[in-house]
Write a protein of this length. Structure first.
Length: 215
């Protein structure tokens, strides 16, 4: 099924009002490292500069330093189908982060990109889909897992929405598989979830937003 990418047209992304949250769910009033870090490294820049879709004004420069060693901006998407199942990615053994675990579709916001631009790109690259009407559900600065780092933090956005698609519509671009998963399997702990997904998915499934989308 062919879909053309369309702009999401939301304003206010990349602002500085995000809270700082630990993976355990508690909010830190004072991060252990300044959040407005050096923008030249792509680390949580103070502002994003939007550009018109279809122009060449955005220059994406990928920082080769892994996110385990720096602050990053990360965007993820959770799509809900008409059964209330969630679109998830099973990573393969070659994944640099959380190999052979289940996680959310999405990735890093590269230097020169807005969150919305990265969302469109990541969704297209990993699934071949373009979905209108996504809404911002989570927008916070999260500290890395203590297993990874005790002094770094990422600005993480999760966008969610209802999608009239099935597994057959997915054009796999990354990972072992990207499929819709029965939420009962998530609640039962049947999936080996990446740490970020183990933080986000239970909260999403208990949210009013999920109940509305799955309705």
């Amino acid at each position: 099924m062919e879909r053309a990418a369309r702009p999401l047209n939301r304003a206010g992304q990349g602002g500085g009002s995000a809270a700082v949250r630990l993976w355990g769910g508690s909010v830190c009033s004072t991060p252990t490292r300044p959040i407005n870090h050096d923008p030249s490294r792509g680390d949580l820049p103070v502002t994003d500069t939007p550009v018109r879709t279809g122009t060449t004004a955005t220059t994406v420069v990928e920082d080769a330093t892994p996110c385990a060693e720096r602050n990053c901006r990360i965007v993820s998407v959770i799509l809900v189908d008409d059964r209330g199942w969630l679109l998830l990615q099973e990573r393969d053994a070659a994944a640099p982060v959380a190999p052979e675990q289940w996680g959310l579709v999405g990735g890093h916001v590269e230097e020169g990109e807005t969150f919305d631009e990265a969302l469109v790109r990541e969704l297209a690259e990993e699934t071949g889909l373009a979905v209108d009407g996504l809404e911002l559900w989570f927008d916070e600065v999260v500290q890395h897992s203590p297993k990874v780092s005790s002094h770094l933090a990422d600005h993480w956005q999760i966008h969610v929405g209802r999608a009239d698609v099935s597994d057959a519509d997915i054009v796999l671009g990354e990972g072992r598989q990207i499929v819709f998963v029965d939420p009962a399997r998530i609640r039962a702990g049947e999936l080996d979830l990446a740490i970020a997904s183990s933080f986000a998915l239970p909260r999403f499934l208990e949210s009013e937003t999920y109940r509305r989308l799955a309705g």
